[in-house]
Design a protein around this ligand. Structure first.
Ligand code: PMP
Length: 374
């Protein structure tokens, strides 16, 4: 099997996490909403312990965390959930960036179709937004600012702390899609100016199908979200449906491990990335994006097309080009296009994304493979 280098698509499960998920599934099958017996109460205890573990990643109170099915759902609840409040108080201006994940861009487009005004912030060639642009875009009727933390395609880290400073005297709600950083990149997200944070279990060595939305209170008030689904009233009425106790237990366990090891993971991944980058320089590769996460390396090698490279590399490493690809159409990455990279560089972009345990990558084989294509 090739070596898996597509951690931004999804990570493998940590064995400790898999153990907890399986054990919970087999032994704690109660419904966390059943108040009348031990089975339900035990399941609820497991959920509440996991809620605490998730909250600790961003220094939140556990009452500020709701469980969802993943970052897509969290993003949808955070953005669409503000619609009624915006209408009520006459705030219909919302701001995001051109490089967000589709699960942010599409809810924004939807709100636009309902009469909201959207500002899409540009990024520079480095992939980064400029806080001066944000400052200039803010209006009295700005309801929401949504900026991702780490870009899934390039790994570019957005200036969340500077954005918090820019928003210090503004009432707009600030949402951060932290799918790629939650638990892995132990900076920025503790900032109390961030009102809403989306997280995903399967980017943090937990199973797919579980995520969270952190809703930080301002004083005693939580962000005024309305639900986008209706049902049994679970998760403060914001995310109805029977809680997926085994997945929640797994996500909590992954967060607990991350709390203890994020620094060590960060250093280890930084070293791996430095070594790969050094080797790729022999081929005059250019990195796409600056100030990037240690877990991601997006690069282009002049003269090499990413589709061809991925086929050639297939037996050595499993990678992606991070751009949307369907059976009938091939679309250039909206992220790299927003960075205004030239078409050849975009068509050559390859994304390696990895985990902290990968100290040795098959660098020599990869370089040999690239050379054979030149
Ligand atoms: N946002 C970002 C930045 C992502 O990378 C992803 C996953 N590709 C998502 C949102 C969606 O996450 P999920 O798969 O948990 O719905």
């Amino acid at each position: 099997m090739p070596i898996y280098l597509d951690y931004n698509a999804t990570t493998p499960l940590l064995p400790e996490v898999a153990d907890i998920v399986c054990r919970t599934m087999l032994e704690e099958f109660g419904n966390a909403g059943s108040r009348t017996h031990e089975f339900g109460l035990n399941a609820k205890r497991i959920v509440e312990a996991a809620r605490q573990q998730v909250a600790e990643i961003v220094n939140a109170d556990k009452a500020e965390v709701i469980f969802t099915s993943g970052a897509t759902e969290s993003n949808n609840i955070a953005i669409l959930g503000l619609r009624e409040f915006g209408k009520k108080v006459g705030k219909r201006h919302i701001i995001t960036t051109k490089v967000e994940h589709k699960s942010v861009l599409e809810p924004f487009e939807y709100l636009k179709s309902l009469g909201f005004e959207v500002t899409y912030l540009d990024v520079s060639e480095s992939g980064c937004v400029d806080v001066n642009d944000l400052r200039a875009s803010l209006r009295e009727d700005t309801l929401l600012v949504s900026v991702m933390h780490i870009n899934n395609e390039t790994g570019v880290i957005q200036p969340i702390t500077d954005i918090c400073k820019t928003l210090a005297n503004h009432e707009a709600y600030f949402h951060v899609d932290a799918a790629q950083s939650f638990g892995k990149f132990p900076f920025d997200l503790m900032n109390k100016r961030i009102d809403l944070i989306s997280a995903s279990g399967h980017k943090l060595y937990a199973p797919k199908g579980i995520g969270a939305l952190v809703l930080r209170r301002r004083g005693y008030l939580r962000p005024p979200l309305e639900p986008i689904m209706f049902g049994g009233g679970q998760e403060k009425g914001l995310r109805p449906g029977t809680l997926a106790v085994p997945l929640i237990a797994g996500f909590g366990a992954a967060c607990d491990i991350a709390s203890k090891r994020a620094q060590e993971w960060f250093l280890s991944a930084s070293e791996t990335k430095k070594n790969v980058l050094r080797a790729l320089m022999e081929l005059n590769a250019v990195q796409n994006g600056e100030n990037t996460s240690p877990y991601v390396l997006n690069f282009s090698v002049p003269g090499i097309n990413s589709e061809a490279a991925m086929v050639s590399l297939k037996k050595i490493v499993a990678v992606s080009n991070g751009s949307a690809c369907t059976s009938n159409s091939y679309k250039l990455s909206h992220v790299l296009s927003a960075m205004k990279l030239n078409d050849d560089r975009i068509a050559g972009a390859i994304r390696f994304s990895f985990g902290p345990e990968m100290k040795e990558l098959p660098i020599k084989q990869m370089i040999k493979c690239f050379r054979s294509m030149l």
